[in-house]
Design a protein around this ligand. Structure first.
Ligand SMILES: C[S@@+](CC[C@H](N)C(=O)[O-])C[C@H]1O[C@@H](n2cnc3c(N)ncnc32)[C@H](O)[C@@H]1O
Length: 314
């Protein structure tokens, strides 16, 4: 029996992955490299064999998925869960029409930063594949479908890079203390610096270029123009957090992280790992070996991922 018919008869044990928009080929390559079998796929959905592995190019990864015909029985089953559902839109079809309006739905809403209360209540997620409904009570992302769209500030920040940091601050448990100071390399024109200035006592920024005038004027930011790879940790003894969105190879930023770990008391990092072409899994594996760290492919990342390390004992 083919996979579609196994799905139809609810006989397939599967997970579902949402690819990031325009990055479905990266997801496909990653699944191949990790030897994870793809049963069925569209541009918006990958139905795969169950796996415990982290899938970096997944905007969301739903475990313990169910498939069903959209009949009255399914409707009653979903209603009986007594929690909100989130509809991940794929295509408009009869299955969707018959369920929408009959189930309690989480509305699609932009995130207002900073979030007053993190979105952390239990929900189930559902979508359709052809004439079937697929649902899971076990999505990976806290925010439904990993849809991290913010109410943007179109006035102050000099670019949209700040959205990456807003996403990190919204989804990761960063425990910043009142007297913490940050160092940021590759900071210009200053979208991140503007965000950091609101959380840290002092922010030291480095870039070959200057910051935008409105960012440079912020009192707790000290900017130096020059090569960020030439700075010495000895000159930043008060720094406890390290941020980088600098454009360089994955190998170079990995080497820089190892250098700061070995020669400074910095134990908290948020660094963008920028790719040229294919995902460099060897560098990612090396970064993941660093204790208390993880790789997140943010909704606002492009051909890049974000490496985050947060250590509280210092
Ligand atoms: C993507 S931009 C950073 C944008 C920034 N996060 C923001 O929010 O505005 C990358 C920056 O890395 C800087 N850069 C690249 N190589 C550098 C180096 N060796 N030293 C200092 N800055 C460097 C570039 O000048 C550029 O401004």
């Amino acid at each position: 029996m083919d996979y579609y018919h196994q799905l139809k008869k609810s006989q397939l044990n599967f997970h579902t992955i949402i690819p990031f928009l325009k990055f479905d080929q990266e997801l496909e390559k990653e699944l191949l490299a990790k030897k994870i079998k793809v049963y069925l796929k569209t541009e918006k959905l990958f139905i795969i064999e169950p796996t415990d592995q982290q899938v970096i190019w997944a905007q969301d990864h739903w475990r313990d998925c169910h498939s069903a015909i959209p009949d009255k029985e399914l409707q009653l089953k979903l209603k009986a869960l007594n929690i909100f559902g989130y509809h991940y839109k794929t295509e408009k079809n009869k299955a969707v029409e018959s369920l929408l309006g009959r189930l309690k739905q989480i509305p699609e809403k932009r995130i207002k930063f900073p979030v007053a209360k993190p979105f952390n209540f239990k929900y189930y997620i559902w979508t359709t594949y052809q004439d079937l409904v697929i649902y899971s009570l076990n999505p990976e992302k806290t925010y439904p479908a990993g849809w991290h769209e913010f109410e943007e500030d179109k006035e102050f920040p000099p670019n949209r890079a700040y959205l990456k940091l807003w996403e990190v601050f919204t989804t990761q448990q960063l425990k910043i203390k009142q007297d913490d100071c940050a160092l940021e390399i590759g900071a210009a024109p200053g979208g991140w610096s503007w965000v950091l200035s609101q959380y840290f006592k002092k922010v030291y920024t480095f870039d070959r270029a200057d910051l935008a005038p409105q960012v440079k004027k912020i009192k707790n930011i000290t900017h130096v123009q020059g090569d960020a790879f030439k700075i010495s940790p000895d000159d930043f003894k008060d720094v406890t957090w390290f941020f980088s969105d600098l454009i360089c190879t994955p190998e170079k930023i990995h080497e820089t992280i190892e250098f700061w770990l070995a020669h400074s008391r910095v134990r908290n990092f948020v660094c963008t790992i920028k790719f040229k072409g294919d995902t460099p899994f060897e560098v990612i594996d090396k970064l993941l070996k660093i204790p208390d760290s993880k790789i997140v492919r943010l909704y606002h990342n492009k051909n890049e991922v974000t490496w985050v390390k947060v250590t509280t004992d210092r």
